[in-house]
Design a protein around this ligand. Sequence first.
Ligand SMILES: [Zn+2]
Length: 315
Amino acid sequence: MANAQAVQEDTTAKIIALLNQVDPNDWSLPWHCPGNVFGTNGAFTPQNPLSGTRYSGANWIILALTSGAFGPYNGGDTYPSGRYATYRQWKKAGYQVRRGESGTPVIFYKEVERQKPAPPGKDEVYRMLRTFTVFAAEQVDGTELPVEDHVIEGSPHERAEAFILATGAETRWGGKAACCRHSIGDAGISSAIEMPMRENFTTYQRFYSTWLHELVHWTKYPTGRSSWLEANFKELDERYAFEELVAELGAAMLSAHLQVANDPLPENAQYVSAWLSRLNDDSTYIFKAAARAQAAISHLIKLVDAAPAAERSVA
Ligand SMILES: [Zn+2]
């Protein structure tokens, strides 16, 4: 079993290799999933066809790399089905992983009870990063592959529109550039998205991808948490690059979830060199960003699920 640190280092190296290939003339980032070969509208939604689990957060990134959904890096295999299960799960279901195939280690957090009393302010249980190995459907011999697609209704644009509105995020229309503003008031921090009018966007895909990107920024400050603002704004530049990576990954994951094409504004790629320098120094950077992006999405999905039915009719 691969250790978690090796998985982080390997994933980071692959992301670095891909970011080094980004063409400044078109700024298409790896997670914009060009090629549209993955599911509807290029949405990459890796899942376990046997347990129904959807791989999310850092595992979404790890499996996108293995599947080839982020584009080729040196030595990459491609498994476009996006269906992954463990050796034992495949075997139990009557499939056989082919001899000589090597699997992909993915991560999970294992809760471990402390042997000694917890230090002040810490829980008795802590989480440790562990790995397990999965194999793609393409690496398995068997008959019919169980394919259970993530079926959702409506057009991609209707889905994106309904989802964003149902979160309750405030959007102010007519600004010059898309952004999300956080301001301190009596009730703590409030956040609002600013978007140029939709007719200023060249395509619907670009319009919704940009709006989803800002929606991820919008989750940064839950109402009333003013202390976050001071803490976060101390290291402004550093934080901006990190927040942009979170918004970028979050928008990509959310686009996959909603099955809408991910084609944000090219300006979002201006942080590539900042990301590269952080990734080179810290193999946990992309994992932290993925975890934060996944938390943002879970929060947004919860808001949408809690919205009155009329507001989430097609989400
Ligand atoms: Zn942004």
